[in-house]
Design a protein around this ligand. Sequence first.
Ligand SMILES: Cc1ncc(COP(=O)(O)O)c(C=O)c1O
Length: 465
Amino acid sequence: MNELLLTDDERDRAGARLLALLDGYERGLPKAEILPEPDRAKLAGLLATPMPEQGVGVDALFDRWEDTILPSSTTVAHPRFLAYVLGPPNGIAPYAEAVAAAINQNCNFWQLSPAASVVERSVLEWLASVVGFPSTAKGILTGGGSLATLQALATALHDRVPDFHATGLQRDAAPLVVYTSVEAHRSVDKAAAILGIGLDNVRHIATDGEHRMDVHRLRAAIEQDRRDGLRPWCVVATCGTVSTGSVDPLDAIADLCEDQDLWLHVDGAYGALFLLSEGMRELMGGCARADSITLDPHKLLYAPLEAGCLLVRDGAKLRDAYAFDSSYLTVAEDPLMTDYMDYGPQLSRSFKAFKVWSALQAFGVDAFRKANERTLALARHLAEGIEATEGLTLLAPVTLTAVCFAVDGLPDHGPLLQELAAENIALLGPVVVQGKRGIRACVTNHRTSTADIDLILDRLRRQAG
Ligand SMILES: Cc1ncc(COP(=O)(O)O)c(C=O)c1O
């Protein structure tokens, strides 16, 4: 008897309970509270109760999930969950995750995960084609956009700093400088701080009237730093800023980076996968000129957390940055397979590509394209409703799906945000746009419908009236 396995009967029972749980969850979503009040007593009870010496068994475990875990969990899959850039998982996600757990492939070197190695490669090659990268590109799936940017900047350090692996940043050399905009995501600062660049060496370039990096100021800052004896090294442009969804002028920035010999990383965690639609090429086609790019399948491909992605145009540079010899990992080279331990910092790694690949197989690329186009249209619909309402003001142009607005004369939007959540109208988020406080709805949700947006608009009209 193995106490860590289920008996045949228990497996039947767990399967039935799981199906019932998933079915009940799905059917309950329209009426679910978006932000349920956590049951603090029960959650505190979790902490106060020692781990059982003897297991409670399948049924009691499912009871606990249903009684304690689910009711105190935010309903991210609700159609009016429009806070942050966080979408609900796609429909095949729970099943793909269950299978991935069962086969537990270790995506470090290919003998431990041959099919997984090829599946990840196929996802990465497809993502590279969406971005418009050449066939030299290589990448890796990551724990999210923040990690992809961290791994990208480490790659850029390795590429641009002589002997980086041997001496790191400890050589007696002038500080390296990284440039990004005031609208960039905090993950850029975080990466610079973690990698030892130092926040003092991150330039936050001012933006234009549409919240895009001002390329003239970028050039001026680079030139000033060169005059000061510093080492301009890397520019991080954003394709879809987190607050307003603005897209930096990628082509002009790429021209400048070429001219100044700087590594160009594009943070496309929020926006770059809108490139699935041909219509977005004009706005964000410059992504194809980056040295590296961050994408986030757990946003616009609606993969369940976590699934980020780093792509590097010249894949050899990614491998150079991360490949280390290790005698105990004896691996035979194979042209079909990739050893992902040589493309990122992790050794043991989960099979993240499975859920991304499975959803693309199950629903097809066009389904994701349509979902993204629907969210863009819904964001425009919301913005038009706001513009047409006296007492509501848009705080920024709506480029993608982030809609930032304020209720005129309302000094603090916090209580309104709380009321909207308490009335189950919607979960929206706070935003500050060039010093103006307001609300941000990010329609990055494939479940949202026009009726949902109209319900929100009606409530906002009452507030403004
Ligand atoms: C522009 C941008 N960059 C980076 C991130 C961070 O991505 P993640 O949460 O996957 O680490 C986000 C998240 O919303 C984002 O919008």
